[in-house]
Design a binder for this molecule. Structure first.
Ligand SMILES: C[S@@+](CC[C@H](N)C(=O)[O-])C[C@H]1O[C@@H](n2cnc3c(N)ncnc32)[C@H](O)[C@@H]1O
Length: 258
C-alpha cells in the first residue's frame, strides 16, 4: 500500500524520469492532473484505473480535500497508486498536503521528483536561469496567492533581489505583477520572457519588457521570466546537440509496451 507522488515533468514525455515511467506503467490506479499530457497518460497500463482530478482554472475544480480522500481510499485498496502531477510534485503542486494526509492515514508515501517547469520552461526558450555574469541565482514565486494565505509575498523585496525571477501561475495577473515589480523599484526596461506550454509542440515564446507585461493577454499555462537572463536566447545553440532518438525508441522502459 504505497501512493507514489510522481512528477510528470513539464510536458515533453521524454522529460519524464525513468522511475516515473516505470511506476506509471505498473500502477493499479493513476490519479492525474490537468497539466499531464496525453502521451504520458498513454503509458498507463490498459487494465489500470484512471482518475482525472484536473483543476481547470476556468471550469471544474476538484477540491483538495476531496483529492486527499480519493488518494486515501485508493491507497488503502491497492498496492501501487500513482498520483501524477505536472512538473515536480513539491513545486506548487500541493504534494506536501497530500503526503501529510496520506501519512496521517497510515499509507506509505513515496515522492518521485519531476523536472519542474520553473527551470525547464525557461530552458526550452533558451534561457538559463543562472548564467555567469548575468544572473547569480533564481527565485521561483507564485503569481497567484490565495487571499486567505497569511504568508503574503513581499513584492517590494522580490523586485530588489536581482536574481532571475520565475513566476508560475501568473498568467491572469500579469498586469498586477508588473505594477508590483515596478512599484518595488524594478526598471521598466527589465527583460521579460513569457513561455507558453513549454517543451510541448504548442510552445510559444514572447519577449518583451517589464513595462509591456500584461498589455496583451498572457495565455495559461505560462511561465513568466523576469530579469537580464530573460533576454538570452541560447536555444539556437542547442541545434548542434546530439539528436535525441524518437520517443517510441525509449518505450522499452514500460513493460507492457515492450
Ligand atoms: C499548479 S502549478 C504546477 C507547477 C508544477 N508542479 C511544476 O513543477 O512545474 C501550474 C503552473 O505551472 C506552470 N507550468 C507548468 N507546466 C508548464 C508548461 N509546460 N509551460 C508553461 N508553464 C507551465 C504555469 O505557470 C502553471 O500555471
Amino acid at each position: 500500500m504505497t501512493v507514489h507522488l510522481v512528477g510528470a515533468g513539464p510536458g515533453d514525455p521524454e522529460l519524464l524520469t525513468l522511475k516515473a515511467a516505470r511506476l506509471i506503467g505498473r500502477a493499479d490506479v493513476v490519479v492525474y492532473d490537468r497539466l499531464v499530457g496525453a502521451e504520458i497518460l498513454d503509458m498507463i497500463a490498459p487494465w489500470a484505473e484512471r482518475i482525472d482530478v484536473g483543476k481547470d482554472p476556468y471550469g471544474r475544480s476538484v477540491p483538495q480535500v476531496e483529492i486527499n480522500q480519493i488518494l486515501i481510499e485508493q491507497g488503502s485498496r491497492h498496492s501501487s497508486v500513482v498520483r501524477l502531477k505536472g512538473g515536480d510534485p513539491y513545486v506548487f503542486g500541493r504534494g506536501g498536503e497530500e503526503a501529510i494526509a496520506l501519512a496521517a492515514s497510515g499509507i506509505d508515501v513515496d515522492v518521485v521528483s519531476g523536472i519542474t517547469s520553473a527551470i525547464a520552461g525557461p530552458a526550452a526558450a533558451g534561457i538559463p536561469v543562472t548564467h555567469r555574469g548575468t544572473s547569480s541565482g533564481f527565485t521561483v514565486v507564485t503569481g497567484f496567492q490565495n487571499p486567505d494565505n497569511p504568508q503574503r509575498l513581499d513584492w517590494d523585496a522580490v523586485a530588489k533581489l536581482g536574481t532571475t525571477l520565475v513566476i508560475l501561475m501568473g498568467a491572469s495577473r500579469a498586469q498586477t505583477i508588473r505594477d508590483a515589480l515596478l512599484d518595488g523599484g524594478a526598471p521598466s526596461t527589465t527583460p521579460v520572457a513569457v513561455v507558453h506550454r513549454a517543451t510541448t509542440s504548442q510552445q510559444e515564446v514572447s519577449r518583451l519588457t517589464l513595462a509591456e507585461l500584461g498589455e496583451t493577454p498572457v495565455a495559461n499555462p505560462s511561465i513568466i521570466v523576469v530579469g537580464p537572463a530573460a533576454a538570452l536566447d541560447l536555444a539556437r545553440i542547442s541545434t548542434t546537440a546530439t539528436e535525441v532518438p524518437p520517443f517510441e525508441a525509449t518505450q522499452g522502459v514500460i513493460p507492457w509496451l515492450s
